[in-house]
Ligand binder design. Structure first.
Ligand code: MLT
Length: 201
């Protein structure tokens, strides 16, 4: 069971899967979907974990130190949730594009680390490498846009470049954009993501 909201868009458009950062909820990224593709369907999910009252998608032991067992469990839960919602709302399970920020970007990345055919693409704002021990499935038709901050104290530069490396190795077509800021999600990176989305899908 996950809290979520679903908005039906045009049938031929992708379904945008919105995954918030720590402390957000299913409403946090709705404005992004509206910018990226106002005609797309939107499936926005609230993370099932609470950390001091703040929703997250998986537990962590400390900042940047993930509970790997919970990450695996929650990623499976999200994967099954996507299968279930595609059947319930009759959308194309193979046409989901995730938009995630921070903790939400990390679980989106982990869907790609764990499952073939989970996402068609992803826009990852300030992600980290979710699991450095993973061996990734083949992801050769998947497209990913990463936006990272050069001064991001939570997701340092090597997290973005290492994530790019893991994804490219598994066949993903990766575009990495740098912002001259920290961990915040900037309008400039959202506009770059929109341009990438329009060129790619
Ligand atoms: C995480 O825990 O997923 C990362 O540290 C980012 C965040 O704080 O949400």
């Amino acid at each position: 069971m996950m809290n979520y909201l679903y908005k039906e868009g045009k049938k031929e458009k992708p379904v945008l899967l919105l995954l918030h950062g720590t402390g957000g909820d299913e409403n946090s990224l709705l404005a992004l979907a509206e910018i990226i593709d106002p005609q797309a369907s939107v499936l926005s999910v609230r993370g099932n974990i609470l950390e001091n009252g703040m929703p997250r998608f998986f537990r962590r032991l400390a900042e940047g130190v993930f509970d790997m067992e919970d990450l695996k469990f929650r990623t499976k839960e999200l994967q099954e949730f996507l299968d279930e919602k595609a059947a319930q709302y009759d959308f194309d399970r193979n046409n989901i594009i995730a938009i995630g920020y921070s903790n939400g970007a990390n679980i989106a990345a982990n869907l790609l680390f764990e499952y073939e055919n989970s996402l068609r693409g992803a826009i990852l704002h300030h992600p980290m490498v979710p699991n450095r021990e993973a061996s990734l499935p083949n992801q050769k038709d998947v497209k990913v846009f990463i936006a990272a901050g050069v001064n991001d104290p939570i997701c340092p530069q090597h997290e973005a470049t290492d994530l790019q490396h893991y994804l490219v190795e598994s066949g993903v077509d990766v575009t990495l954009e740098w912002e001259n800021y920290g961990h915040q999600l900037t309008m400039n990176e959202v506009q770059k993501a929109k341009a990438w989305y329009e060129n790619t899908f």
